[in-house]
Design a protein around this ligand. Structure first.
Ligand code: PLP
Length: 406
């Protein structure tokens, strides 16, 4: 896998022109689709005709505009197929429910996004009799020992939210496959930077609310995998996307589709600036975690798995030691220096800062937070690209010195 593979695949995709020859595809606003002959409808419902042949059944099943975005995602991730959902959580839930039956077991990383943690830790056992063992996935022996005869999924984030620990995707895929399970990787933190499918993942999920969208104005998700798997999500009897119905709106698909062509430029700029800040913070003695720094525990692991055109990602964390100091820093950065915003989420063009222990990881128990290494003074920073990098560093340095951190 080289850095140019996804870009070349995207460029080879058949371009969808607008209805009047517009350079952008039209938005297919219909929820239902005319069939020209009465025999076509039963064929569609029996699954003998389907979307790729230009036959659409109903908007919750496949919509041409959403289908086109799915093809872009498949090209991005190098999978046979992909489809979209109304949110990252919808994509994750659908992928899991597609691979699990009641009574099944999941082995998951102990540092995942708080919503995913709640899904695995609370929701699935209570609602579907699907249980999860959380492990430190950097400890491959622990992953192996957690596998049982009922394990159908190994679940990890390529770069974990918020600890920035990196998954060893080939090793996790080997463990999963040798016991007949499948590996799902959430690649939200590292589109283009990591290509999980090329490294052995069976299913790749995204919150497209983040980097892929890039403007923090849309909630969206995607599932990428084999054609059979993606078609299965839309099965009329058991497909989680078809039956539970977290459908993406076609106008949302159109908007995101127009942002995919500049994803590479954005991801590169996020990463360059994050690395610049990480090096500067390291130099002035702030406790910073960034996989691009040689002393990050997964620096070499990420180096082996990454496409080097995209640096080491656009997110870093600072450990200020206490929630008080973390809050003081974010307050000053937002309200005094106009450096960025105190807000959850990531991949926005401006910098977003939050304290995971009291926000995006607050679903986790104190014990689980501490096992995962998510301290109360940890600030997650999704580094934006507005302003000049020198101006932003001056602001960050000034705020750090005001709170006595440098
Ligand atoms: N996966 C990761 C790694 C996330 O950080 C998030 C949200 O922050 C999600 C999934 C959920 O995405 P969404 O909010 O689009 O449902």
């Amino acid at each position: 896998m080289t850095a140019s593979d996804p870009i070349e695949r995207l460029a080879r995709l058949r371009h969808e022109f607008g209805e009047h020859g517009g350079v952008n595809m039209s938005i297919e606003a219909s929820t239902t689709f005319t069939v020209m002959k009465p025999g076509t409808m039963p064929e569609l419902f029996a699954g003998r005709k389907s979307a790729p042949e230009g036959c659409y059944l109903y908007g919750r099943h496949f919509n041409p505009t959403v289908y086109h975005l799915g093809q872009q995602l498949a090209a991005l991730e190098g999978t046979e197929a992909a489809y979209c959902a109304a949110s990252g959580m919808a994509a994750i839930s659908a992928a899991i429910l597609q691979l699990c039956e009641s009574g099944d077991h999941i082995v998951a990383s102990n540092t995942v996004y708080g919503g995913t943690y709640a899904l695995l830790h609370d929701f699935l056992p209570a609602k579907a009799n699907i249980t999860t063992t959380f492990v430190d996935i950097s400890d491959l022996d622990a992953v192996k020992s957690a596998m049982t005869d009922q394990t159908s999924i190994v679940y990890a984030e390529s770069i974990a939210n918020p600890t920035l620990r990196v998954a060893d995707i080939p090793a996790l895929a080997d463990i999963a496959h040798s016991s007949g399970s499948q590996l799902i990787v959430d690649n939200t933190f590292s589109p283009l930077l990591i290509s999980p499918a090329a490294l052995g993942a069976d299913v790749v999920v995204h919150s497209m609310t983040k980097f892929i969208n890039g403007a923090s104005d849309i909630i969206a998700g995607a599932v990428c995998g084999s054609t059979e798997f993606i078609q299965g999500l839309m099965d009329l009897h058991l497909g989680p996307l078809m039956i539970l119905g977290p459908t993406m709106d076609p106008s949302v698909a159109s908007k995101i589709s127009l942002r995919i062509p500049h994803l590479a430029l954005r991801v590169r700029e996020h990463a360059e600036r994050a690395e610049y800040f990480a090096r500067k913070l390291d130099e002035v003695g702030v406790k910073v975690a960034y996989p691009g720094l040689a002393h990050h525990p997964d620096h070499e692991l990420l180096d082996r798995q990454r496409c080097e055109d995209y640096g080491f990602g656009g997110i870093l964390t600072l450990d200020l030691g206490s929630e008080e100091k973390a809050n003081a820093l974010m307050d000053s950065l937002q309200n005094e220096h106009r450096f960025g915003y105190m807000a959850v989420s990531l991949g926005y063009f401006d910098t977003l800062m939050s304290c995971p222990s009291t926000s995006t990881s607050s679903e986790m128990s104190d014990e689980d937070l501490s096992t995962a290494g998510i301290g109360s003074g940890l600030v997650r920073m999704s580094v934006g690209y507005t302003g000049t990098v020198e101006q932003r560093w001056q602001q960050l340095h000034a705020a750090l010195s005001e709170i006595g951190a440098v």
